[in-house]
Write a protein that binds this ligand. Structure first.
Ligand code: DMJ
Length: 690
């Protein structure tokens, strides 16, 4: 028989166990709450201080943006990848700010903030579906991404104090690939979502950075992530072995000096590659580059002989894009500084600039090899986008005037068979040798005719007319079809067609297609056919080599199609033009084959061009194990990797109706269509004294 004592023993044990469980629970809850509450307190403090400082709706909107940013910075501390946090800057996108301003912003809260009503919103950080992230699966994974309206809703709730808990499940902390989900119990109305990518609105906000895409279903995640990793590899090795120099020699692990940049250290890879880092969300690397530009980049006190064309497309173009992206005045100042150094080259009887200019003396000249002292069409004809935009953001009309002068000379001059020869004498205003090409020496002139029209918001009709006239003449006189049905664009030398196409001319697949997509006229169908045909031919030039990378030039004859025949045209130097056309055709047609072709190229680049210390070109793409050239071109970071990254991104990243790419793949905003145009205020006439 059990005594009372004996009965009490199990009761005490049970009570002890229950007490322990209760204590553990309380401790757990307290710990959880202390995390959540400290976050919330911090957020509320931020709300209070921001709100107190706020002078109006705009700042309230920024405050909400800051809250979202703060949330995400917490997530980042838990090893979540920045690319998975691309929505981070959504709330600071000027479009979203405008949208927020259009809706009644919450009244600035007077500190101390009121206690939060319980359980209005739970922000829960979840895991992305595992498995493949490529298009098919990403479509199903889309539902797990936190959409913009929810972000804004969450931001509002935070601002208003309607948040009960923010939970970070332990699994998230351990996760390497994560994204966000929300569970809302609020009845707050959802906002409409923006379709554009996101940018920082100010340069000095350390939390505000990058570009977001709003349609995860449009992204091939694994492919894109792979390209991003290639960029990191290229950049980190450049940083390690050639920082501040122009380019990297990956095999010898030292800088590549000389070449088109002269002998000075101008950080060409930094300036050329920086907008790609920005687009990819590589913030740390971007900031290293910006810092170098701020502290080191200057053309003062050096006596460099610079190529007007290369300096314009890479340096001026790079700075202009960075200015458009960030609004950081540093980039505008640098762009103007560089362009000013180029201006002496324009001091010619015709206004057609020389090819080379000395940054110290202003002495300018042409290349000795260029047809009797001529300037080169693809060089003096590829300044318009940058100079026109520079005038608009600085308010100084001089730059636009310079390129308008070039335009007038080219408009008025007689064109043999309606075509533009590659050489023009800047003193006499007469053509040199009658060689025409959509490849070397001609290429980007035609590109800038179409793109000047696009950049102007399709108001510069003169440019569009000149584009149509030139392309119709090219289709008639230079575009041909091989016996096996490959479309190509030949060079024309006097009256003789040279059935050869440069790799450089592979950009024209995209150019024809873009011409078709942006205006319906009698040429539209033909443009699109030729654009697709040329892109297909350039792909053939790649897949007909054992390396699956294309040669510098390829020929068409009875014996061969889309193959290089001469030893000096068998190299590949990491050029972008074929991928540029894949990108443009993908955007315009959504034919999956363009993405697959791009991915084939990525695999080939990885197999043959990647080294332990960066990427090299190849000396002969027709060899199974080709020798590498030991140069990582700056355009590999500026163009090749950017176009491949964008190929696997959603259309909302740099949409083609808001951005136009300069010939070095630096995107420039389209006037009237893009809020990042950042036009300088027009000076008002002085008030009438009377
Ligand atoms: C780039 O510098 C530019 O695309 C230019 O217009 C031509 N070639 C190189 C890349 O191949």
């Amino acid at each position: 028989m059990c005594s009372r004592k004996c009965f009490r023993m199990p009761t005490l044990v049970i009570c002890g166990v229950v007490l322990t469980i209760v204590l553990v629970c309380i401790t757990g809850i307290t710990l959880t709450n202390s995390i959540n509450i400290s976050n919330i307190v911090k957020l509320r403090e931020k709300v209070a201080s921001d709100s107190a400082a706020a002078n109006g709706g705009h700042q309230a909107a920024q405050t909400r943006a800051a809250l979202v940013e703060q949330q995400y910075s917490t997530l980042q501390q838990h090893h979540m990848s920045k690319s998975d946090l691309n929505y981070i800057s959504a709330a600071t996108h000027p479009k979203n700010l405008q949208r927020l301003l259009a809706t009644p912003a919450p009244a600035p809260a007077a500190p101390p903030p009121p206690p939060a009503p319980p359980n209005k919103i739970v922000i829960e950080i979840g895991l992305r579906n595992s498995g493949s992230n490529d298009s098919a699966s990403s479509a199903s994974g889309a539902a797990n991404l936190m959409p913009m309206p929810h972000m804004l809703q969450a931001a509002d709730a935070l601002l208003e104090g309607n948040v009960d808990s923010i939970s970070l499940p332990a699994a998230v902390v351990a996760a390497t690939t994560t994204t966000t989900t929300t569970t809302t119990t609020t009845t707050a109305p959802a906002r409409t979502t923006s379709t554009a990518m996101e940018f920082a609105t100010t340069s000095d906000d350390p939390l505000v950075f990058g570009i977001a895409d709003h349609n995860p279903a449009g992204i091939q995640f694994e492919r894109r992530a792979h390209v991003k990793q290639m960029m990191e590899h290229a950049w980190h090795n450049y940083k390690l072995y050639a920082w501040g120099k122009n380019e990297l020699r990956p095999l010898s692990q030292r800088p590549h000096s000389g070449s088109i940049f002269g002998s000075y250290d101008l950080g060409a890879t930094i300036v050329d590659g920086l907008d790609t880092l920005y687009i990819m969300g590589l913030e740390k690397e971007y900031r290293e580059g910006r810092d170098w530009i701020e502290r080191k980049f200057s053309l003062d006190n050096i006596s460099a002989e610079l190529s007007v064309f290369e300096t314009n497309i890479r340096f001026v173009g790079g700075m202009l894009t960075l200015y458009a992206f960030t609004g950081d005045p540093l980039y505008k100042e640098k762009a103007q500084h560089i362009a000013d150094k180029l201006l002496p080259a324009f001091q010619t009887p015709t206004g057609i600039p020389y090819a080379l200019v000395n940054t110290k003396t202003g002495m300018a000249k042409n290349y000795g090899w260029a047809s009797g002292g001529s300037s080169i069409l693809s060089e003096f004809g590829t300044l318009h986008l940058e100079f026109a935009y520079l005038s608009d953001i600085t308010g100084n009309p001089l730059y636009r005037e310079r390129v308008q002068t070039i335009r007038q000379v080219l408009k008025e001059i007689e064109k043999p068979k309606g075509l533009y020869p590659n050489f023009l004498n800047p003193k006499t205003g007469k053509w040199g040798q009658l060689h025409m090409s959509l490849g070397a020496l001609g290429d980007s002139y035609y590109e800038y005719l179409l793109k000047a029209w696009l950049q102007s918001g399709q108001t510069d009709e003169e440019a569009r007319d000149m584009y149509d006239e030139a392309m119709v003449a090219i289709m008639d006189k230079m575009v041909r079809t091989s016996p096996n049905g490959l479309t190509y664009v030949s060079d024309l030398k006097f009256d003789r067609l040279e059935h050869k196409m440069d790799h450089l001319a592979c950009f024209s697949g995209g150019l024809f297609a873009l011409g078709a997509a942006t205006r319906q006229n009698e040429h539209t169908d033909k443009y699109m056919d030729v654009g697709k045909g040329i892109t297909n031919t350039c792909h053939e030039s790649y897949v007909r080599t054992p390396t699956q990378l294309g040669p510098e030039a390829f020929r068409f004859s009875d014996a061969a199609e889309a193959r290089a025949l001469r030893s000096q045209e068998k190299y590949y130097i990491l050029r972008p033009e074929t991928f540029e056309s894949y990108f443009v055709l993908w955007r315009l047609t959504h034919d999956q084959k363009y993405r697959d072709w791009g991915w084939e190229a990525v695999l080939a680049l990885e197999k043959h061009c990647r080294t332990a210390h960066g990427y090299c070109g190849l000396r002969n793409v027709y060899q199974q194990e080709p020798q590498k050239d030991d140069v990582q071109q700056s355009f590999f970071l500026a163009e090749t990797l950017k176009y491949l990254y964008l190929l696997f991104s959603d259309d909302s990243v740099l949409p083609l109706d808001e951005w136009v790419f300069n010939t070095e793949a630096h995107p420039l905003p389209i006037k009237g269509a893009n809020i990042y145009y950042r036009q300088a205020p027009v000076a008002l006439p002085a008030p009438n004294a009377s």
